[in-house]
Design a protein around this ligand. Sequence first.
Ligand SMILES: [Zn+2]
Ligand SMILES: [Zn+2]
Ligand SMILES: [Zn+2]
Ligand SMILES: [Zn+2]
Length: 561
Amino acid sequence: MEYKSETKNCQNCKKDFTIESDDFGFYEKIKVPPPTFCPECRQQRRMAWRNDITFYNRNCDLCGKLIISLYHKDKSLTVYCNKCWWSDKWDPKSYAQDLDFSRPFFEQFRKLQDKVPLPSLFNDDGIGSLNCEYTENVTFAKNCYMVSMSWFIKDCMYGYSIGGPETSDVVDSLGIFHYSQIIYEGIFLEHCYNCRNCYYSSALNDCSFCYDCKGCSNCFMCANLRQKKYCILNKQYTKEKYEKILADYHLETYSGSEKAKKEFTEFMKKQIRRFADILNCVKCSGQGLINSKNSKDVFWSRAIEDSRFIWRSNEIKDSYDLTPGGKSSESYESLTSDHDFQVLFSIYSLKSQESSYVENCHSSKNLFGCSAIKHGEYCILNKQYSKNEYFKLRNKLIEHMKKTGEYGEFFPAKLSHFGYNETIAMEYFPLTKEEAINNGFKWWDDVQKTINKETLKKEQIEDSILEVKESILDEVLACDLCNRNYKITKNEFLFYKKYLIPIPRKCFYCRRKERLQLENPFKLWHRHCMKEGCQNEFETSYAPERPEIIYCKSCYNKEVY
Ligand SMILES: [Zn+2]
Ligand SMILES: [Zn+2]
Ligand SMILES: [Zn+2]
Ligand SMILES: [Zn+2]
């Protein structure tokens, strides 16, 4: 059937958004009504369910062990350590509830969520990973600290979206993949080795402060170079001259690093940029997209097919609205969907099929409104039914939810286990407490943050890492920007010493925030190529008011290759 595109008004932000003809085909196929929230509000709502970096100490409610958790101990939630949560020591079906067709579904689901134990963190520390206590959504990793949404990595710290294979020693970085090692302050890199402050690049060796470079080695403060060696500010030098200039910058000092950062920022203002970092894709739009086809509005993802509104995902087919997802197909409106098939409206669903409105359910099929079911089938609100009863009741429930206006929408943000300020929604859509509450989000006042406890002022930290002594491990520092106290860990100290990186003057949270701000928003604008005389148009994540010089693909390639 052919559909016409339609303009709808978002029930949340009241802005218009368009549902295109292909979109109607998708919603028809998965049998859900078209969304009533715009793509951005949908993303924000999902994100309000994901806490990546706000950790607390508490006890496991089953074994009593002191654990690291995403959930503050004062929240009325049952939280188990990973080993207990994944064990057979408890039965999620013992929390089964009967359906009540006189009440809205989400209200009943909330009651279930309040009782069913949650995993303290979503990582496999002590199971598939080793020594990764302070990580979230990390699997098959070794010796990682303060890392989230990452897999198959080792010895990484303060990272976000880092993926193997053979990826290690990545510190303070975002979106680093495939055979990358010794990376400091990197964004969107692959196949890079020993690089510092490099962005949107691949196959670099021993480079620092480079943007959109490929196959280069020993380059410093360069942009848009291909297969070059010994360049500074895009100018060719001899090896000896290059080494002399680089040494004179003293990147091992805080002052030298800051000077380089400022000069690089100025240099970048005059460099052209591709309208989108899209590589090896057919009929795609978005940013940071690799090896994909027929997919629109996809961000920081690879191997995506026939999908839309996908964020930080891998190997996705026929799916919409995944934040993020891996190896899922025909799935929709899900937060962290992994190896799923036909899973709609899910939170941390793994290896499941034909299920809807599920949270922390794994290796299951035909579940509706369930929490923490593993290897289950035909359950609603964690209650076991026969196959016939299940389908009868599920269909009745869907009709009920259509009447209450609940069916087809993600879990409301007010049901989230987290305050808005504890989640990644706060990083991408910052709100004040008042704004958050007015918009139906929750807020958590007791976020752990110490200030005024510093034992060493920033002026007292040695400028050069060569001068810094191990005694800094006993000191409490204060962030240059937000005053939050922070400490340098042993492994971090050893990394800085080994790779001659000055001690950071900002806390981890501010460093992460600055990095995220270097990423474009997940939104596209229709714009023209800025090369004089070129009439090409494109969809770009660079907003029209931004200062960057944006070129279409052919103009960019003419200047760069
Ligand atoms: Zn909206
Ligand atoms: Zn336990
Ligand atoms: Zn800070
Ligand atoms: Zn052009």
